[in-house]
Design a protein. Structure first.
Length: 300
């Protein structure tokens, strides 16, 4: 009988904790790579007509800031930057769309910015006049100049605003809203619920002791337990601390980008807020799991 309890607990740990956490680290690494690409792009020389290489010269890494002129056929967009135009080749790249609520465009324009990753193949149209930040290798031919973002791990960001605002807004908004709610985690939660529910049905159908069935059912329903009182208070605290940690991480990254002196301060605050969110969630889960198991034991 105890083997089924340990099996349910092990399944809950793997599918409700370990796999969602693995997915969270993957999502966080993907967005960290994006912010790093934006930071590297901002450090590259700005492309203009005088710095475009000649057709017989090797490609040069550069940053492009301008506005969309038109789509360039199936594989790119034409961008007007400084006193020249060039085509940004999107055949093998990803496109990032930066958006920001109008209400957030005040003194600190970073607040409220979000970034969405799009596959170029799924983009039906792009509005002319949108601001562009792109980086990569600039190549020239007799007919035109072209920027290849895949040439040096470049990035392409579109924004309905000023080109000069894109870098900082991307650093702020280029992160997952909640890394633990990711495709791997969602699939793991669904499979874990099916598996632990099957173990619970076997336990209930075999006249197992009430404590065994109660523990297995508690493990099966672990993801939803924090949503009920009294653990709900801990879950709300978890949400508060998580939002605070996300805010502090964004401030840290922006400080690093601006080369400000308070990056360590924001990093420490982010760590404390993350620890607070974890403790709140675990506390909510522990309290409700104990109460739920005790209630089931009396009912079964």
């Amino acid at each position: 009988m105890l083997a089924s309890v340990w099996a349910a607990i092990a399944a809950a740990i793997v599918f409700y904790a370990l796999l969602p956490v693995a997915g969270a680290f993957t999502a966080r690494a993907r967005w960290r790579s994006f912010r790093s690409a934006v930071g590297k792009a901002a450090a590259l020389p700005l492309m203009d007509a005088a710095s475009v290489p000649r057709p017989d010269e090797p490609p040069v890494p550069a940053r492009v800031e301008g506005r969309v002129e038109a789509l360039g056929g199936q594989t790119g967009i034409w961008v007007r930057c400084q006193n020249c135009s060039l085509e940004v080749d999107m055949a093998a790249g990803s496109l990032f769309l930066l958006s920001q609520p109008e209400a957030a465009r005040g003194d600190d324009k970073t607040y409220g910015a979000t970034v969405e990753r799009l596959r170029w193949a799924s983009v039906a149209s792009i509005q002319p006049g949108m601001a562009v930040l792109a980086s990569g290798l600039v190549l020239a031919s007799a007919a035109s100049s072209r920027l290849d973002p895949a040439g040096c791990n470049g990035v392409v960001v579109l924004y309905d605003g000023k080109p000069s605002d894109i870098a900082e807004l991307s650093i702020w908004g280029g992160r997952h809203r909640n890394e633990y709610w990711n495709p791997l985690g969602q699939a793991a939660l669904a499979f874990g619920f099916v598996l632990t529910s099957a173990l619970a049905s076997v336990s209930l159908g075999s006249d197992a002791p009430a404590l065994v069935s109660a523990l297995i059912l508690t493990a099966a329903l672990a993801p939803v337990l924090p949503f009920a009182p009294p653990g709900l208070a801990g879950f709300l605290l978890y949400r508060h601390f998580w939002r605070r940690a996300r805010f502090c991480r964004a401030k840290r990254d922006l400080s690093l980008f601006r080369r400000a002196q308070d990056a360590r301060l924001w990093s420490a605050r982010a760590g404390r807020a993350t620890a607070g969110s974890l403790m709140s969630l675990l506390g909510a889960l522990a309290i409700n799991a104990w109460l739920f198991a005790a209630l089931l034991r009396t009912l079964l």
